[in-house]
Design a protein. Structure first.
Length: 297
């Protein structure tokens, strides 16, 4: 296998890597050695465990995005301030790396008012925009911490982060609702909960306990409770982000399941939604960043 360079998406929970030839992925590997599971001096070892079989004889470029550039990461890659291009600066070179690799980390973006930050999403945004000339609109990147990003003239103008995914996991696993929520899905219940919460977001805290009461008094199915819980939280998020998506050109970049959930909720509100694959956008953005390192070499 002729590995030309290595692309890395290093998040809080997981480490993913691809052996690349140009913009084509030759192989893929991943581990649970995300930033939260690696000690201060363990980043290089965790990476080499994953990619060692791909390394050619000559030193190879490794370009990484995500939490690997945080203060607790392999090397701190300072944030760039919006408004800004998604990749405004050349990635930061990791000092003292193994002689077989030249490692670079992509900086994140920050917003001063209201305060907000992103790491990793900027690379997906760059990859998405790289295949769509003159694209203006709003990009939603759903996940544990969902981002809503306003894009104009090739720049990230502003963004907001919502902890919707994390709240869903906490409520399912650690609140009283853990007794009432289970696997499965009810599409009608989800749509009803989205619409109800969009119209009355101030009722969210009370509506959440209704899920427990409906279980105790009416034997509500756990799959229905799960769908309603998701619909309530996403509905509250859509109520807060209405100025972002209402009447705007809108794209969703994320994993297929959660992207479709958001797309369904938005389409039922009359929004026109384009979806893009998160892995493809990440690799395209990492390839753009790699070209930046080559131009300054």
């Amino acid at each position: 296998m002729n590995t030309e360079w290595i692309a890395v998406d290093w998040g809080t929970s997981h480490l993913r890597a691809w052996a690349m030839q140009g913009s084509t992925a030759l192989d893929h590997a991943q581990s649970d050695k995300g930033m939260a599971h690696v000690g201060p001096d363990g980043f290089q070892a965790a990476l080499l465990d994953l990619i060692e079989n791909w390394l050619p004889g000559a030193p190879v470029d490794v370009v990484a995005c995500g939490m690997v550039g945080a203060r607790q990461g392999w090397v701190e890659a300072p944030y760039s301030t919006v408004p800004s291009e998604p990749l405004p600066d050349v990635p930061i070179r990791v000092p003292g790396s193994d002689p077989r690799i030249r490692a670079f980390v992509i900086p994140g973006l920050k917003q001063t008012t209201p305060p907000d930050v992103m790491r990793g999403e900027e690379t997906q945004i760059a990859g998405f925009l790289g295949t769509r000339q003159n694209w203006d609109g709003v990009i939603c990147l759903p996940g544990t911490h969902t981002k809503w990003v306003q894009v104009s003239a090739g720049e990230v103008v502003s963004f907001r982060t919502f902890m919707t995914g994390e709240l869903f996991d906490l409520l399912c696993g650690q609140s009283v609702l853990r007794h009432s929520v289970g696997p499965g899905w009810d599409e009608d219940a989800f749509a009803e909960a989205v619409a109800d919460t969009l119209s009355k977001p101030e009722q969210l805290a009370a509506r959440l306990f209704n899920l427990r009461a409906a279980d105790l008094l009416q034997g509500q199915a756990k799959a229905t409770a799960r769908a309603r819980l998701s619909g309530m939280l996403i509905g509250a998020e859509l109520a807060a982000t209405r100025p972002y998506w209402l009447g705007q050109q809108l794209a969703i970049i994320g994993a297929e399941g959660v992207s479709q959930t958001y797309a369904t909720a938005l389409q039922r509100q009359g929004a026109f939604v384009e979806t893009a694959n998160a892995t493809e956008a990440t690799l395209a953005g990492l390839a753009l960043a790699r070209n930046m390192t080559r131009q300054t070499a």
